[in-house]
Ligand binder design. Structure first.
Ligand code: FUL
Length: 521
């Protein structure tokens, strides 16, 4: 009942009690004049008044945010979930992964470059954006920058009049995709690299990218840094102090100023963190929280980057970057080594299914097109995804919960299809069961769980069980949830599925639960 609820303001309750008391006193005064029968009637009325009065107190306040919460730009990023990485530069033509920086601009000469093909495929594959290597470690720029001659303007492609970034912008707009840029901090071509002048050069290039190509959703700052290179002809090894050389805080300010909705990726954020490996493996325990001030790009933090910090003081969720081929750039000899649709589906489970976004690299070939093998794999994967999550069996089913906060936060909020509604408990409770009543015996083998992350990430432990032959059978358990977890379990035929939140940093706030019967066992 509403009165037991910690969230109803005491002041409101006091006011209501006062009003009820006034009524009772009024009735007592009258009692002297009325008969026993009508006195009984009055008592029933008082009772009714009390019930109505108290239950109308049930305008319950929502839980307060717990710990760091995502910014607006991070919330928009969480919803992106799956998007394309495009590695494309002189390496595509020299068959290298890391160009030395001495490549002739003329080598960049795609014969049929068509960013519309990339965007069309990305869209059909279910991706929501494309991030392009505007400049990789070799320093060659895919746009005609003012600040170096080492760019498309001195290539043979379109007689030096082309601009890949401009073409990609148009293609992304045509297919309603967001666009992001990778600008390698390490530049093996620039004579300035390692000197203070390079920072100015880097920032000037960043400004061009963030000013001339429309809205950018993500800026990618790679952690690979320093080593040997061409460096304007010096051909030597240059090392830099990873903590101090780039003066990152001042570079970050440029992004905030020019593209306030763009998230910045690097090993340690500030907005999105590397997951700590390039194998496509998100961590099962994955906090969106990070003590990012203790970290810097290029440092040795792989394990922490995977799990994040439960007690982190910044919201810095993980992004899984992985290539559809062994290399990041196109190499013809890898045409037969493209990941299979089944393998891509596994990547989806180990990234999006583990509270991370999936940035899948699909490198264009020397024609400037995505290779047919990669396209086939992407479409096959999309097909598998559609079958995997064809019909949400939980949607609209009756939901019972063991712990309640009040009317607006009932169990039915977890399967109403509205991401803005959620089930939660009283502030003092950090556990509870949610039971989805499937009505009839139903086959199930996948579950999706989502927290309402606008109020922070809370859940530390959960369990899923199925009601079979009058008993609860454990199916799968886990630790963190965050934006989304997707878990598989062997097919069960059950009439009810129970989700137990067994440990949470504060009252659990669950916005979505879905159940599926995916093909196979
Ligand atoms: C790494 C780079 O060294 C690779 O070439 C690639 O760009 C990958 C995404 O990041 O740090």
């Amino acid at each position: 009942m509403a009165l037991c609820d910690s969230s109803v303001s005491l002041c409101e309750i006091k006011k209501k009690l006062h009003r009820v008391a006034q009524r009772i006193t009024g009735l007592h005064r009258e009692n002297n004049k009325i008969s026993t029968n009508s006195f009984k009637m009055k008592r029933v009325q008082i009772l009714l008044i009390l019930i109505i009065s108290f239950s109308s107190c049930s305008k319950v306040t929502p839980p307060k945010p717990f710990g760091p919460v995502p910014s607006e730009r991070q919330l928009a990023w969480h919803d992106m979930e799956y998007y394309m990485f495009v590695h494309f530069t002189v390496n595509t033509f020299t068959d290298k992964e890391w160009g030395y920086g001495d490549e002739k601009e003329a080598v960049f000469n795609p014969s049929e470059l068509d960013c519309r093909q990339w965007a069309k495929i990305a869209k059909e594959a279910g991706m929501r954006g494309i991030i392009i290597t505007a400049k990789h470690h070799d320093g060659f720029c895919l746009w005609p920058t003012k600040y170096t001659d080492h760019s498309v303007k001195n290539s043979k492609w379109k007689d030096g009049k082309g601009d890949v970034l401009h073409e990609l912008r148009k293609a992304c707009d045509e297919y309603s995709l967001k666009m992001g840029v990778y600008l390698s901090p390490w530049d093996r071509n620039s004579a300035f690299y390692g000197k203070p002048e390079y920072i100015t050069y880097y920032r000037n290039q960043l400004r061009e990218l963030l000013t001339n190509y429309g809205d950018i959703f993500e800026v990618w700052f790679d952690g690979a840094n320093g080593g040997d290179g061409y460096y304007g002809g010096a051909k030597e090894k240059r090392t830099i102090d990873r903590k101090t050389y780039y003066d990152w805080p001042n570079t970050h300010k440029i992004v905030r100023e020019l593209q306030p909705m763009a998230v910045m990726f690097s090993d340690a954020g500030p907005d999105v963190r590397w997951v700590g490996n390039e194998r496509g493996m998100g961590s099962l325990t994955n906090w969106c929280l990070l003590k990012r001030d203790e970290m810097y790009p290029g440092g040795d933090f792989a394990k922490i980057l995977g799990e994040g910090h439960m007690d982190g003081n910044w919201w810095v969720p993980a992004e899984v970057d992985v290539s559809i081929r062994p290399g990041w750039f196109y190499h013809q000899k890898q045409d037969s080594l493209v990941r299979t649709p089944e393998n891509l589906l596994e990547l989806y489970y180990s990234s999006v299914g583990r509270n991370s976004n999936l940035l899948l690299n699909v490198p264009p070939d020397r024609k400037g097109l995505l290779n047919e093998n990669d396209v086939k794999a992407l479409m096959g994967f999309k097909d598998l995804l559609n079958k995997e999550f064809e019909k949400d069996l939980a949607k609209g089913k009756k939901v019972y919960v063991t712990s309640k906060r009040g009317k607006e936060y009932e169990g039915s909020m977890v399967n109403d299809g509205n991401p803005e509604t959620y089930w939660t408990t009283n502030d003092y409770q950090t556990a509870g069961d949610i039971i989805i009543d499937l009505g009839t015996e139903t086959e199930v083998n996948r579950i999706i769980l989502q927290e309402y992350i606008k109020l922070g990430q809370r859940v530390q432990e959960f369990k899923v069980s199925a009601y079979i032959n009058d008993k609860w059978k454990p199916l799968v358990d886990g630790t963190t949830i965050g934006h989304k977890v997707i878990r598989k379990f062997p097919v069960v035929k059950a009439s009810k599925i129970k989700i137990t939140i067994s440990k949470s940093m504060a009252c659990p706030v669950i916005s979505n639960i879905e159940l599926y019967r995916a093909p196979g066992e």
